[in-house]
Write a protein that binds this ligand. Structure first.
Ligand SMILES: O=c1ccn([C@@H]2O[C@H](COP(=O)(O)OP(=O)(O)O[C@H]3O[C@H](CO)[C@@H](O)[C@H](O)[C@H]3O)[C@@H](O)[C@H]2O)c(=O)[nH]1
Length: 346
């Protein structure tokens, strides 16, 4: 069994977001000593302070772009979960430098501050969009993963284990398509679908917390953990939501947004060739060898396997009835349903 958070001090960057709040609750339930919520927005911190009402949670205003603010929040901390990010694909296309500042340089600040303050483990949250990236968000997250792996490679004697987790679309996360579709359905507006054939990996917030915990328990420096998520088409997703909210299935097609991919890749074939299978997860270890490639001939086995990518177009596909059942298990969707009377739409 790996490390435990019982009685320990944990920092969550981006701590007021969907992941941060769920992770904070989970840590508190498990007996954490202190949770530090680090974020930019004092209003969101205030709401969280009043909702959680737990004296073990401390609130730190700061920005991962500002090294000093991260360094201060990291002092005396045992573990860091790094969730602060710019994560919307279209907006990062318009402001790619902002994605670099937050997702790449900000992550480097978090890793550096954690290393200097002797933090035991840092888990950075990445995305399937970091694999074969074509948009600024995915490119910046791919670079974040590279920064995490370079830490493992360049500082082998560091006491700080830095690992990454990758997952797909978290259902009902803030600013994502499910709350948008629900808002449209409830307002009597026809949902706007970019491309009904587009596919996305779906995971629940609880599963994302579980993956981060798994990474935290099992990480070696430079590892990337990948969730074996199921996928769906956006056409099926909107149809399932219409069924859940008992309205006729209808949508308007608006076309791809800036920077979007039709399908996502959670792990490349090259990565899978050296991955370990943990059942619900893969662990892809970093290549920690040095740059002297000629020395490889002396190695026992040179592995040149290639596998297929783990892609949302070929992954296990959830159909409409399965999506309906899954969506009905999401607490936020149940809450939306509780305040919903479809007859009002007639
Ligand atoms: O009006 C809309 C808006 C979006 N979509 C589609 O819905 C899907 C999901 O969109 P969205 O919820 O905005 O998520 P993504 O752009 O896929 O990105 C999310 O999922 C990623 C994981 O793949 C995370 O890394 C990102 O932070 C998160 O924003 C995509 O196929 C969109 O094209 C529509 O059909 N209609």
């Amino acid at each position: 069994m790996g490390a435990s958070t019982v009685g320990r001090r944990v920092l969550i960057t981006g701590g007021t977001g969907s992941f941060g709040r769920a992770m904070a609750r989970c840590l508190l339930d498990r007996g954490v000593g202190e949770v530090r919520v680090f974020s930019r927005d004092e209003a969101k911190q205030d709401v969280m302070r009043r909702t959680l009402a737990d004296g073990r949670v401390g609130y730190y205003i700061g920005d991962v772009r500002d090294y000093d603010s991260v360094e201060r929040a990291t002092r005396g901390v045992d573990f860091v979960f790094h969730a602060a990010a710019l994560k919307q694909v279209p907006s990062c296309e318009f402001f790619p430098l902002e994605a670099i500042r937050t997702n790449v340089l900000g992550s480097a600040n978090v890793i550096e501050a954690a290393d200097r303050n002797g933090v035991g483990s840092v888990v950075v949250l990445s995305t399937d969009k970091a694999v074969h990236p074509i948009n600024a968000m995915g490119l910046s997250k791919a670079m974040m993963e590279k920064v995490a792996q370079a830490h493992a490679r360049n500082r082998p004697r560091s006491g700080t284990v830095v690992s990454s987790v990758r997952y797909g679309n978290v259902m009902y996360s803030r600013g994502s398509v499910i709350p948008l579709f629900i808002e449209q359905i409830k307002a009597g507006v026809v949902p706007t679908v970019t491309d009904p054939g587009m596919t996305r990996f779906l995971i629940s917030l609880a599963d994302s917390v579980e993956l981060v915990e798994h990474a935290f328990q099992h990480a070696r420096a430079g590892d990337v953990f990948v969730r074996k998520a199921a996928a769906c088409t956006i056409g099926d997703l909107v149809a399932a939501l219409c069924q859940v909210f008992e309205v006729p299935v209808k949508y308007d097609v608006i076309g791809l947004r800036h920077g979007e991919k039709r399908d996502e890749t959670m792990a490349s074939g090259e990565e899978l060739a050296r991955a370990e299978d943990f059942g619900d997860f893969y662990r892809v270890s970093a290549d920690l060898r040095e740059l002297n490639y000629a020395s490889r001939v002396a190695e026992e086995r040179v592995d040149c396997r290639y596998l297929s990518d783990f892609n949302s177009s070929t992954a296990r596909r959830l159909d409409v009835p399965q999506l309906v059942a899954l969506l009905r298990t999401i607490p936020e969707i149940r809450a939306e349903l509780a305040s919903w009377a479809p007859a009002m739409m007639l």
